[in-house]
Design a protein around this ligand. Structure first.
Ligand SMILES: [Zn+2]
Length: 477
């Protein structure tokens, strides 16, 4: 009997990795093995250690990888998969392919930096500490990527084909509709990847992509994310709050530090700050986008205008490329990055990683957190176990780069920037399905979010919903 096995993002929001085995052969030697997403586990050590485990089948026997989008928790394990012998095609939308070409090397670079840091400071129980993969290994993966346009049907083997449809989560993001025919029976599976927000710009201000998630889906088996399965996003416009936070911080001589993922979230935030400065709602202070890949990310964004919302198109029409704006600095080298530390006058620093799990944001926070004049603004989800989660939850101190750093700066969070649908939005989307699926498995959520969404779906839609468990195999019957 064919089955799906949940190799990640079960009981947590990271490490998305789902294996489809069409023959039911646990060794994966017969039939077709397809992996949907290949993400990195992030956050607590217990999760991160899973990045070092081998797959239950040989990577060589996996026919192909279908990638829903370019976030690390969905694509960041690809170099490891290739390192283990995977040589098949990696199918993704053209924008996802382009974004992975900067995100994976950056991740390889960070893995190397982390290992180096642990070796220098003897802070790992492994001697020497090794990177999960290197910059070079992540660059070598690029040859396996094969772009597939939205709506195009791709036949993988006689029994299995797939099509990518809009997920409306980030640029290029998709859901995978997979059709499987075995023993004369055809079944449709839908892997949602991460589900974006509704079209309405007033509800989701700053939304970059034009669509909402594909409506009118029809599937026998749904594997669905549940990040915000127990949350409702605020529906008020965040711009006034953001303007106020920046203004007050600058008035008291402080700086604003924003941990943000370098792709999409940074661009979205930068455009919003530009608008606030142009309209006089915030003072014009220098803005530093300090991420080695922010420049390339801007270029990829400008190249893939086909996915944009009208609001994004208008913003780009009005202001052009952020790389050319006066007062906005895109920082390339580590030396330039460190120089920002010397700046005594107020500024805005946007740097990655978004959950403070690594990257240059660490030294900016180590420098700015102890001073109450400064403000840290979170504009993204902070997974438990990450430094971002610790800072956001009001802890008095946090360990950064091996040192305990006191948290005296103001800490704020603006939730409206989310690229994930909240519970009412998820239910609204599920209502558009043309029939009840036989079964829905919830993945990519903290246990309480997944179970609350399961209860809401059962009550409101009458669907058969189960919360997926890590390594669980479920038959597709
Ligand atoms: Zn995502």
């Amino acid at each position: 009997m064919p089955y799906i096995q949940f190799l990640g993002a079960a009981g947590t929001v990271t490490g998305s990795k789902h294996l489809i085995n069409t023959s039911g052969d646990a060794l994966g030697k017969t039939g077709t093995q397809v992996l949907v997403d290949c993400g990195l586990f992030q956050g607590q050590k217990e999760w991160r250690e899973r990045n070092w485990q081998d797959l239950p089948i040989s990577a060589k026997d996996i026919e192909c990888l279908i990638l829903t989008h370019a976030h690390l928790d969905h694509c960041g394990w690809i170099p490891r998969l290739v390192k283990q012998g995977f040589r098949g095609p990696i199918y993704a939308t053209p924008a996802t392919v382009d974004l992975c070409s900067i995100i994976l090397p950056d991740s390889g670079h960070l893995q190397e930096e982390d290992a180096e840091f642990h070796n220098r400071h003897k802070t790992s129980r492994h001697d020497p500490a090794l990177p999960l993969y290197t910059l070079e290994e992540s660059q070598a993966c690029q040859q396996y990527f094969k772009p597939v346009g939205f709506g195009e049907t791709k036949q993988i083997s006689p029994e299995l084909s797939f099509r990518l449809v809009h997920a409306a989560h980030i640029l290029g993001s998709s859901m995978a509709e997979i059709t499987l025919t075995t023993n004369g029976k055809t079944q449709r599976m839908l892997f949602t990847g991460d589900i974006g927000r509704v079209r309405d710009q007033n509800i989701a201000p700053g939304k970059v992509v034009y669509s909402g998630p594909q409506s009118g889906e029809d599937a026998d088996v749904v594997v669905m994310e549940s990040t915000y399965g127990n949350r409702r996003h605020p529906t008020d416009d965040p711009r006034a709050e953001l303007a106020e936070l920046i203004k007050k911080t600058v008035d008291r001589g402080g700086s604003v530090v924003v941990p943000a993922f370098a792709v999409e979230r940074t661009q979205k935030f930068v455009f919003m700050v530009k608008e606030l400065m142009e309209s006089g709602q915030t003072p014009r202070v220098p803005v530093y986008c300090d991420s080695p890949m922010a420049i390339k990310a801007v270029e990829i964004f400008l190249k893939h205008a086909e996915d944009y919302s009208d609001a994004t198109k208008q913003l780009i029409g009005r202001y052009g490329s952020p790389l050319k704006w006066r007062g906005f600095n895109f920082v390339q080298t580590a030396e330039e990055s460190k120089k920002i530390n010397d700046s005594q006058s107020p500024c805005i620093i946007i740097s990655s990683s978004g959950m403070v799990t690594g990257g240059r944001i660490q030294h900016h926070l180590a420098r700015r957190l102890p001073d109450p004049k400064n403000t840290v603004i979170f504009i993204g989800f902070q997974a438990p176990g990450t430094r971002g989660f610790t800072i956001k939850s009001g802890a008095p101190e946090v360990k950064i780069l091996g040192q305990m750093v006191p948290i005296r700066a103001q800490v704020a969070a603006i939730e409206q920037f989310s690229d994930h649908a909240d519970t009412p939005e998820l239910l609204e989307w599920l209502h558009t399905f043309t029939r009840k699926p036989g079964v829905t498995y919830l993945v990519h959520g903290e246990p309480s979010a997944s179970s609350q969404l399961r209860d809401a779906m059962t009550k409101e839609l009458g669907w058969n919903v189960q919360v997926a468990q890590w390594m669980q195999k479920v038959e597709i019957s």
